[in-house]
Design a protein around this ligand. Structure first.
Ligand code: SF4
Ligand code: SF4
Length: 215
């Protein structure tokens, strides 16, 4: 794909803001590609991690924040440990996810990604570790895909991959405390999950997508 990059884009404050907020010298990246060569998820990404870094250098905020890559990154830190310029690529990916979230930007056709992210975090906050059935149920309900993967449930129950009740963990209060201390951002995530407006938005987008597919 070819892009025309305008002077305004290159001179936008995107790179500087990121460097300041993340504390990472992104401009030091010399595109060796070692981060992408070690990334275990790169085969699923629309842009490789080194390409994301380059796009940040060029001020391409819109393309970066609407990429799948930032949401697929598993925060495994392989890229960070391989970078010869000591750039914490995983931290940058995390920052980009948060920025995309606050700006309501999603990859085209992937409107449920932030919804899944929010439900996942809320699930961990409530139970201290993932309660799979709660995650699946809530995601299906709020995304409007009520019967998604339902056929797989009996097999997963039999193989004990999912349980009817959340697992108990020690010190679950400490996990809640972490979320509490993470402050405004955590609270914003939680509040938005339950907003009827968000639910309505998701369902109407789904409906529009289906109508467009029928055309
Ligand atoms: S490993 Fe570091 S220097 Fe090399 S492309 Fe990735 S971020 Fe840039
Ligand atoms: S932290 Fe993300 S980008 Fe880096 S190697 Fe792991 S999955 Fe890839």
């Amino acid at each position: 794909m070819k892009w025309f990059i305008s002077h305004e884009t290159i001179r936008s404050p995107f790179l500087k803001t990121l460097e300041k907020d993340c504390g990472e010298k992104i401009s030091h990246c010399y595109q060796c590609g070692k981060c992408s060569a070690g990334c275990p998820i790169s085969y699923q990404m629309d842009y490789l991690p080194n390409q994301i870094i380059r796009m940040v250098q060029l001020g391409m905020e819109e393309q970066v924040l609407s990429s799948k890559t930032i949401w697929l990154c598993a925060s495994c830190l392989t890229c960070t440990s391989r970078c010869p310029r000591q750039i914490n690529v995983a931290e940058i990916m995390d920052y980009l996810r948060r920025r995309a979230y606050t700006k309501h930007m999603t990859p085209p056709g992937e409107i449920e990604v932030p919804l899944f992210n929010k439900i996942f975090l809320r699930n961990i906050e409530l139970h201290g570790r993932l309660f799979e059935l709660g995650l699946i149920g809530m995601f299906n309900l709020l995304s409007g895909k009520f019967f998604k993967d339902v056929a797989l449930a009996p097999r997963m129950f039999l193989k004990r991959k999912i349980g009817l009740f959340p697992h108990k963990i020690n010190n679950s209060k400490e996990v809640k405390e972490i979320f509490k201390k993470s402050g405004k951002l955590g609270r914003a995530r939680r509040d938005k999950l339950w907003q009827p407006k968000l639910l309505f938005l998701n369902l109407s987008r789904k409906l529009i997508e289906r109508i467009e597919r029928l055309k």
